[in-house]
Structure formats: C-alpha cells, structure tokens
Ligand binder design. Structure first.
Ligand code: NOJ
Length: 708
C-alpha cells in the first residue's frame, strides 16, 4: 500500500481505538516469557507484536489478534541475524562480519533476500537485523554481528541487506521488515563492555556512528532498534535528541522505533533514572520509542501515567500511528500471514547463496607460496578443534546459541554443513591425497588435549592445516573478552607443529580478530574464515587448494595484543602516531587487507572536476582474480582533526591474467564532508589527498592531490 494511504488508514483506525488498545499496540511480548497461555492473553488484549515465536504458534496468536474488537493484526519479530537461524531447518549464512569480508553489497543483498523468504515461510514479518554498530574495540562480544569497523563499508552493506530483506514493497509476501540496530554508537562502549557507557560527543556521533543509520533510512529501513547504552548520563532509551530530533527531524525516518530488550524497565532497575515503571514508560515513549520490547509492565505503567496526567495521550498516539502505518503499508490487515513458499527452508537455491557468500568471504592474509596446495602433496594433516566444530563455524545467533521451541520442526540440526576437515577430506579423496585429522587441543581447555597425536599426524604429513579460533562461550551478547589471545594450548600446539618443519597454513575460525601471534607470524599461510556458516569448510578448503581464488578483504583490523586495541585504520593523527613502545605501530593485519593467487598493480589515478575517478588496475598474476578497488581520502587542512585516511568508495573488478582495466568510480561532494565544531556537515574548500589501491595500508595505495 502506498505510504500516504497507509497514513490515512492508520489515522482513521487510531480514532476508533480506546486508550487501552493504543497502549497495548505499543507492546511487544516475548513468547518465551510466560509461554502459550500468557501469549494468548496478550494477543486478546491487542498487543502490537510478539517476538521469538515461530510457525504454528505464531499463526495461533495471529488468529486471536484478528478476533479482537478492531482486528488489528500482530507483527511478529525474530532475530534472523545471518539466516533464519533460530529455526533448525534454515539456511545459515556467514555472520555479518564474515559477509563483510566479501566487500560485496550483492552478497549482503542476496543474504537478506533468501533469509527473508525463509522467515516469511514461518509466518513471520520482521527481523532484528542488520547491526550497523561499528566494531572498534574488539574486546566487545558482539563484533561478529557487525559489518566491521568502517562507517562507509557498514553503510553500504547495511543498505544492501535491508533491500534484500524488504524488497521494493513492504507488502510483498516473500519479503520482511528490516530493523537497523542498535541506534546509536552501541559498539563504542568503553572498554568493549557490552551495553555500557559510551564516551562520545555529538560531533563524533555524527561523523562516525550516524552515517550507516542514515544510509539505512535512505534505503527505506522500516524499523530502528534503540541501543542499550548511555552517553553522558543519558540512556539512549530516554534521549529524545538522538531518538527523535536527529532520527525523525534530520534523517526523516518514517518507520517505527522499537526499544531493545527491557530497555524501559531497566531505566528503573538498572539505570536508576526512573523511580518506577510508570515514570520509565513516560520517558521511553516521550523520547521516541514507539514499540516496547518485552516490558509488559509498560501497559499498566503508561495507563497510570495517562490517568494521572503525567503524559499527554498525543505521545501514545504518535507511537501507535507509526506502528499502524507500517502495518497498513505491509497490507497486514488483508493478509495477516506472510505466504512464503512452503518448505523453502534450505532449498538448493538458498544453499547455493550461502555457499557463494562463504566463498566470496574467504580472506587469504599471508602466503609464502605454500598455497594453493597441490603438487607434491601426498598427505595432509588437519588439526584443531575448530577444523571440525560446526557450532564455532556457525557462530552466534543460531539454534545452537538461542534455541527457540520450534513446534513446526522437531528435526535436529541436520544441515548439509561442511566443516573445514570435511571440506579438505572431500578434495583429498577426489585427488588421491591422504588426509587425517586430530583435534590436538580444545579451544577452551577441558583436560582432554592430545597434542602428541596432533604432532604425530603432522610429522607424517607433507602439509599442515591448523585451525585456531574461539568457541561459543567466548563471544556473544554476554561475552566480552579482556584477553584476545588464543585460549588453551593453541599457541603451544603451533610451536610443536612448527618444530616438525612441515609447512603450516593457519586458518582462523572465530567470531572476530584474535591476537594470532606466532600462529600468523610464523605460518606459511594464513586464511581468515571467521564464522562462515554452513559452507565455511567447503569454501575454505576450496581456497586452500586453489579451486577458487580467494578475494576477501578484511572489514576490520587485527591487533597484535589486546592492550593495543583500538587499532582501526581511520584514526586521528595522534602526536606519537598511536604507537605503544612495546608494540609495532601497525596492526597485525590492516583494514582492507587480503590477497589471492593473483596480484594487482595500480597506475594513472585521475579525478575530474565532476569527481569521476579513474584508475588503471592490472592483474599481474598468472590466474584470473577479483580485486576490490578501494578509494580513500584525507583532508589536508581542516577546521577539526580528520582521520589519517577515510574510505569513501570501493568497487570490484575481475581481471584475467595480465589483463588491465580502467576502473571508473563516481564520487560525490559529500564524500569530502566533515562535521565541524557546530555539528554541521560541511565540505571545507581546499586540498584533499585522494588514494586508490588494494588496502588501507600506505604502501598499497597510490595518490593524487585534488582541490575542492
Ligand atoms: C537483545 C539484543 O541486544 C538485540 O540485538 C536483539 O535483537 C534482542 N535482544 C531480541 O532478541
């Protein structure tokens, strides 16, 4: 339904609603909080939404909602974060961080589109995705959920996945609503502590953290989720300036805002800025939160506040209008249930999309010639727990980490997943190579390590593939880490493997950059896989054997040491260059870094007055390869400090061996803007350095000076 008509319809309906019906419409009830009977009670009361309910249970609630006096349909939300992972039949994609290694918006779009289809088939309407927080303090447990450290890359991939989820029309049966979260600056919490104090100024917020959300709004994102954090003593939940003035008046967001989990009640029990739920309800709604996640006490709290004249009904009306408008736009009143294709979970086309995403995300970081494996290799030893640990490979937000009772599907996890060991074994079987596997040591020590067995098979092999990383309890919402060193005996095992003298390829299967130390510095090859989803193992094995030419690039920088964090590339020019005297100045691996079996050279960088950039890229390798052409800028003289380098554009080009191409990229004046002291976005006239090249590293870039 067209926007204007939806607004009119919503206004008409609002006129007919009682105060109780309006307040109930603002509540999102958690199905698992009280179970079926409790949920049915809330459906009859006219709750606006439910979360974490699947299939037939959701359908039953919808039937109840449709029987209410005004028959207002419920909207169902779910955490479909990298695939509809809370359903045990769904296609599991690479995590957002892994997907970001592809630097490919089309990969993100397809991931959104396929996931939407599977969510819609479950009768649900809405995912709490994407995460548009930036991961700059990587001790944070939720790094895996982000698109990495850079506002531009996160914004581009975020807009693409939103388009994939939502399609062109919110009423489409195979598309669902997206929710850009967590608004705002949630990832920047001090010390990497989840949902914590965020020491940022408004200028910095506008320069670094707002842009991805702006792109989400421009892409038509229907909903936004409020962050848990707080800045300068004010929780986002109660911050009308950020939640309303900036979001609605400046960005022109016209969907609805949902709080995060219990953000309203926590104003009382945790943050102590409200004396009781009534005061908290007024605060949250007045700040611009339209829907209240999981806090059922909001119902009584808000009704009491209204009775006592502590808040005007117009606050509730505005929120309900936002919610109903989206419900009308979705045509939910005419078709309360999405009619996705029955049984489309994990269908071939969906699995192919997950496989393609995994392949395009594999990032080769070091190679002294060991890879691709092939000639002369007769025996391979695959070592490490994460080489054969599907839970670690899937990462966060699947039925392994967030089990939800699934009435429509009692089957166990039976994915056609491929672990690294299985992927390697399959290729070895085809090529007559002998392969063996030993766990060696557990990522989290459990006392059952067998380093000797690992060394034994390593000694007997011609090449070693050694998987290192982290496992589920070490990351996620409640799992920030102070120490990003490899846990257990992972370094010790590497030393023993190294002592065999056999070439070692280290493969990182983890939720985020870890301090790889010797496992990277002394390895012959390093491959980053993060959490690649169902087909991670197949994609990694194909890259290792040269069946595909890896083209991933890092969306995030790797520290040498936890104490060196943050190491993100777009830092301000610090007096001592940001260097600790006991650490190298540069990160272990830099933003944008990644190699393949081809190499690329850049020349003839030009930029016209119309801001059309042109650069010649040549594949100087021996095989076809895909290069990500990265464009950065630096403002030579500005009224406020600007980062040493800032990504403003990128594109991909596939070139045959020896082939070269003039790559064109259209920039916009806005790409050179800064946020000045008055918090205004301006382009200050003067000189800028424009860089083009292979990664954010100085030595990988060529540059020219341009004038604006
Ligand atoms: C809390 C998390 O912060 C948020 O990302 C998630 O969507 C909600 N819980 C719902 O599960």
């Amino acid at each position: 339904m067209k926007r204007q008509l939806a607004v009119e319809k919503a206004k008409e309906l609002l006129e007919k609603m009682t105060t109780e019906e309006k307040v109930a419409q603002m509540i999102q009830v958690t199905y698992t909080d009280g179970g079926r009977e409790e949920a049915l009670k809330w459906a009859k009361m006219g709750a606006g939404s439910f979360l974490h309910v699947l299939g037939d249970d959701a359908r039953e609630l919808q039937r109840e909602a449709m029987k209410t006096r005004l028959g207002i349909p419920v909207i169902f939300g779910i955490d479909c974060i990298h695939g509809h992972g809370l359903n045990t039949s769904a296609t599991i994609f690479p995590s957002q961080l892994t997907c970001a290694c592809s630097w490919n918006p089309e990969v993100a779009r397809v991931m959104g589109e396929v996931s939407a289809r599977e969510v819609a088939t479950d009768g649900l309407h809405w995912t709490f995705s994407p995460v548009l927080c930036l991961a700059r303090d990587t001790r944070w447990g939720r790094v895996n959920e982000t698109f990495g450290e850079d506002p531009y890359l996160a914004g581009e991939l975020g807009a693409a996945i939103i388009k994939g989820y939502q399609g062109d029309d919110l009423s489409d049966d195979e598309h669902i609503l997206a929710c850009a979260k967590h608004y705002l600056a949630y990832g920047e919490a001090t010390g990497g502590r989840d949902a914590y104090d965020t020491e940022v100024t408004e200028r910095k917020v506008r320069e670094v953290f707002l842009p991805p959300f702006q792109k989400a709004v421009e892409a038509g994102c229907a909903t936004i989720m409020t962050a848990y954090g707080f800045t300068d003593g004010t929780p986002l939940t109660a911050d009308r300036h950020i939640m309303h003035d900036i979001l609605r008046d400046e960005l022109n967001f016209d969907g609805f805002v949902i709080t995060d989990w219990d953000n309203t009640q926590s104003l009382v029990w945790l943050q102590h800025i409200a004396a009781d739920i009534s005061e908290a309800s007024v605060m949250a709604a007045s700040a611009g939160n339209d829907m209240i996640m999981t806090t059922k006490g909001f119902y009584e709290g808000m009704l009491n506040a209204l009775k006592e004249g502590k808040v005007d009904i117009s606050v509730v009306d505005e929120a309900v209008l936002h919610i109903l408008t989206i419900k009308y736009e979705m045509e939910l009143f005419d078709k309360p249930e999405k009619k996705g294709e029955p049984g489309c979970f994990g269908k071939e086309e969906h699995l192919d999309a997950a496989r393609d995403a995994a392949r395009k995300s594999v990032t080769l970081l070091r190679n002294n010639g060991m890879l691709p494996l092939g000639n002369g290799i007769k025996k391979i030893a695959v070592i490490g727990e994460n080489a054969d640990n599907v839970r670690a490979q899937y990462g966060d937000w699947t039925y392994f980490t967030h089990p939800v009772p699934d009435p429509t599907n009692s089957r166990p996890a039976h994915r056609p997943y491929v672990t690294l060991w299985e992927g390697v074994k399959e290729i070895c079987d085809q090529e007559g190579i002998e392969a063996s596997y030993a766990k060696g040591c557990a990522v989290i020590p459990k006392g059952e390590d067998d380093l000797e067995e690992a060394v034994r098979i390593a000694k007997d092999a011609d090449a070693i593939i050694y998987a290192v990383g982290d496992v589920i309890p070490q990351f996620g919402e409640f799992s920030d880490r102070a120490d990003l060193n490899l846990s257990g005996k992972q370094y010790e095992l590497f030393e023993l493997l190294k002592a065999t003298g056999k070439p070692i390829c280290t493969v990182l299967i983890s939720s985020k950059p870890l301090c790889m130390g010797i496992t990277a510095e002394q390895a012959d090859a390093v491959v980053c896989g993060f959490n690649g989803g169902m087909f991670a193992g197949q994609a990694l094995a194909e890259a290792i054997f040269g069946k595909i030419n890896p083209s991933g690039r890092l969306p995030i920088s790797f520290p040498h040491h936890s104490g060196q964090i943050p190491v993100y590339y777009n830092q301000m020019p610090g007096w001592h260059g940001g260097k600790y005297n006991d650490m190298p100045k540069t990160p272990l691996f830099a933003f944008g870094e990644g190699m393949g079996y081809s190499a690329f050279e850049y020349e003839n960088l030009t930029c016209g007055s119309d801001l059309q950039v042109s650069v010649t890229v040549k594949n100087v390798g021996k095989v076809e390869g895909t290069e990500t052409v990265q464009i950065y800028q630096n403002d030579c003289v500005s009224s406020v400090l600007t980062p040493v380098r800032r990504l403003i554009a990128f594109t991909q080009v596939t070139l045959g061996a020896g082939e070269s191409k003039e790559v064109q990229i259209q920039l916009k004046k806005d790409d050179f803007a800064l946020i000045n002291k008055k918090c205004e976005k301006v382009v200050e006239p003067g000189e800028f350095i424009l860089y083009a090249g292979h990664s954010s590293k100085e030595e990988d870039l060529i540059s020219i000076t341009i004038k604006m």
